[in-house]
Design a binder for this molecule. Structure first.
Ligand code: GH3
Ligand code: MG
Ligand code: MG
Length: 344
């Protein structure tokens, strides 16, 4: 007879003030293949459960320092440990205790003195519940990840971006700090797909996603905005900072190579940039900030791609500032689209 938890030994936390009971129980459970940690009183159960992360807690009811019901109540009040099944250990005659324990959230009870087969059966039942819970939690984490991030690049997806960007604009409006937005779109990306296949296109997206994400500050937001579009939000960055960062990224992408079995492929991006400043622009919507970055991006595409274009936000009839464009003066991207330049 043995007790297992998936492919590993189950971890049990056993709490009893009676040293002989604790001793016998521990040895019995260890012989059944369990990993056991013990406590001889109730006061440290929550703390120990948090650090030891047992699969179940076997909890005595009658203890001098802190009784089992108080411990159970404390366990159920702590979000980190509240889902660990608790099996109360009660004397055979204590029917009221069992009812109270179950009402307070205990998973089950075992009677003292123990009948080993029954003890084992109840521990197994509690472990099955724990296993189901663990599986459910893992699935929830996966679902959460699927719902919030883009599977190709692992970056936040558009939905997450929209939520976080809205908050970033709100924070910037209240603090008065500038908020800059860089919108990236690959140049002639269709040609990369058409010439080298979608796998290579996907590799290029992953590579650029990593580049931007590795360079961002902790408070920045880098997300996959659309098919071959990325967005980088820089709280605290002025227009000058933003143009510099955008041009760094543009150059870094231009220097990047995607390996294919037909040689290395170069890439290029065009970047539309704008900066929101509450002092100048007042309270405007997050979407209108994005619209300006998008307009800057489209204008830069029309101007020849592989460049950065900054467009200021205009408010009412007040004239907006100057648009600024940064590109390699010696480059003629419209003549030789970087998307299909091959090296080696
Ligand atoms: P432009 O310089 O004007 O932006 O040209 P473009 O070819 O990049 O623009 P267009 O919008 O015509 O094409 C974008 C392409 O990006 C089309 C689409 O198949 C491709 N794309 C979008 N999402 C993905 C993806 O997840 N993987 C791959 N491999 N390609 C994608
Ligand atoms: Mg494109
Ligand atoms: Mg596009």
């Amino acid at each position: 007879m043995s007790i297992t938890f998936g492919s590993r030994a189950p971890k049990l936390l056993v709490v009893d003030d009676e040293p002989t009971i604790l001793d016998i129980l521990t040895r019995r459970l260890q012989m059944l293949g369990c990993e056991v940690s013990t406590l001889s009183g109730g006061s440290k159960v929550v703390e120990t459960a948090r650090s030891y992360e047992p699969d179940i807690v076997l909890l005595d009811v009658m203890m001098p320092d802190l009784d089992g019901f108080s411990v159970l109540t404390a366990l159920k009040a702590d979000p980190d440990v509240q889902d660990i099944p608790v099996v109360m250990m009660t004397a055979k005659s204590e029917v009221e205790s069992r009812v109270k324990g179950l009402d307070l959230g205990a998973h089950d009870y075992v009677s003292k003195p123990y009948e080993t087969p029954e003890l084992v059966a109840r521990i197994r039942a509690a472990l099955r519940v724990k296993q189901l819970q663990d599986n459910l939690k893992q699935l929830n984490r996966q679902l959460e990840r699927l719902a919030t991030s883009d599977p190709l690049t692992d970056l936040p997806n558009r939905r997450t971006f929209d939520e976080q960007f809205f908050l970033a604009v709100e924070r910037s409006r209240r603090s008065g700090e500038p908020l800059s937005v860089l919108m990236f779109d690959f140049d002639h990306f269709k040609r990369i797909n058409d010439t080298f296949g979608h796998q290579i296109g996907d590799d290029a997206l992953r590579q650029v996603g990593r580049l931007l994400n590795n360079r961002r500050r902790i408070t920045d937001l880098v997300a996959r905005y659309g098919g071959e579009e990325f967005i980088w939000v820089l709280p605290g960055a002025t227009d000058k900072d933003a143009i510099e960062v955008a041009d760094w990224a543009r150059r870094a992408v231009a220097e990047m190579r995607v390996e294919t079995d037909r040689g290395a492929v170069s890439l290029a991006v065009t970047v539309g940039v704008t900066t929101y400043l509450a002092g100048d622009h007042g309270a405007i919507s997050a979407s209108s900030v994005l619209e300006v970055a998008d307009t800057a991006l489209r204008e830069a595409k029309l101007a020849g791609r592989n460049r950065v274009r900054f467009l200021p936000i205009s408010v009412g009839t007040a004239p907006a500032g100057e648009a600024i464009e940064v590109s390699d003066s010696d480059l003629a991207p419209s003549e030789e689209p970087p998307g299909i330049t091959r090296y080696r």
